[in-house]
Design a protein around this ligand. Structure first.
Ligand SMILES: C[S@@+](CC[C@H](N)C(=O)[O-])C[C@H]1O[C@@H](n2cnc3c(N)ncnc32)[C@H](O)[C@@H]1O
Length: 326
């Protein structure tokens, strides 16, 4: 739409067709410039790796233009992550020196390969193709079935869980149940890490998977933890690809999440499209992983665990809370 045709024809008859056309042209140009300024930035794609294969023929100009402005998978602009989730998890293993590690979701063993401690790993369908360097009990089951069994953590011989990674089914109700089932087994000084809590767009957050890199709606668990369990420290972390969350400050006897589960079901099961809070998309509430790992809190946490000084923990959690931006 340009100048409305009735206005255009009035102008035609008063100032002449040529001057009207000049005005029309200027208006179109201004409109296009404005549209370009308002359009979202296309995602930054990594530079293509050199390949020995013959280059594909160039796309026709019109298609190339269209794909520049309508990329199939546009991500909300957010700070470039400085670490992957595996680098961050590796850092946490080093910093927290866990006595025990519990992993939900193994797939090919990339995250399990980071463990150097006694471990339990649970997944109904996995193919480990990485060298594993720990004493691990691998359980072929869904996490719900695993926790429903007798003494699921017997492999830890009564030692509570120091580090847990929740990376199984990427649907919020599963991830929330994983948290509810794991918390009673956590050490006071323990750390739980969630993967996939910062989807980069609504497509990646879809419950009905539509993208290669899939976060699902696990981010809702962070929302629920913050709402129902303000006693926990829940830090969002800007890791590639789809963000992680670190949770500390457990209350092994708490029933708040279990009691509130049915009330949360409408929110958890809300069908696609998912509506993500903006601060998740732009990651303005996420801490940078290297800053979190550099915190002196981890050393103090290990000392606290080794000397049984759990009374000091509240001040450590306060230190961690201060790292949360916003
Ligand atoms: C993203 S992959 C795990 C990747 C792995 N943690 C890593 O970082 O290398 C998710 C895994 O969760 C498993 N999974 C799916 N549903 C599950 C469930 N209900 N309980 C446990 N694991 C589940 C899948 O079989 C899949 O292997």
């Amino acid at each position: 739409m340009g100048i409305r045709s009735t206005v255009g024809s009035m102008l035609d008859s008063t100032i002449g067709r040529e001057r009207t056309n000049t005005i029309r042209k200027a208006e179109r140009k201004a409109r296009n410039t404005l549209a370009e300024r308002l359009a979202p930035e296309p995602p930054k794609r990594p530079a293509a790796k050199p390949t020995a294969k013959k280059a594909a023929p160039a796309k026709p100009q019109a298609t190339a233009e269209r794909s520049r402005w309508q990329p199939p998978d546009p991500f909300a602009p957010h700070p470039e992550p400085r670490m992957s989730r595996h680098e961050f998890l590796e850092g946490l293993h080093e910093k927290t020196r866990p006595r025990t590690y519990l992993e939900i979701g193994i797939r090919t063993g990339t995250s399990l390969a980071l463990s150097r401690t006694r471990s339990i790993a649970v997944d109904p369908s996995f193919v480990i193709d990485k060298p594993i360097h720990c004493d691990v009990q691998v359980v072929k089951a869904t996490s719900d079935d695993f926790f429903a069994g007798d003494a699921p953590l017997a492999h830890f011989d009564g030692v509570p869980v120091d580090l847990a990674f929740i990376d199984g089914m990427h649907l919020s109700e599963f991830a929330l149940r994983d948290f509810i089932n794991i918390e009673p087994w956590m050490a006071d000084t323990g750390v739980i890490v969630f993967d996939d809590v910062l989807p980069r767009n609504a497509l990646e957050a879809a419950r009905d998977r539509k993208t290669l890199s899939w976060a699902g709606d696990v981010y809702k668990v962070v929302e629920i933890l913050r709402r129902r369990r303000p006693d926990l420290v829940v830090l969002l972390v800007n890791t590639a690809n789809t963000g992680t969350a670190v949770v500390v400050g457990f209350d092994q006897a708490s029933t708040a999440l279990k009691d509130g589960y049915v009330e949360e079901e409408d929110y958890l099961l809300q069908p696609d499209p998912q509506t993500l809070p903006l601060e998740y998309l732009d990651r303005s509430i996420a801490v940078e992983p290297d800053i979190l790992l550099e915190s002196p809190v981890w050393e103090q946490l290990v000392a606290s665990r080794e000397h049984g000084a759990s009374a000091d923990l509240a001040s450590l959690w306060d230190e961690l809370r201060k790292l949360q931006p916003g």
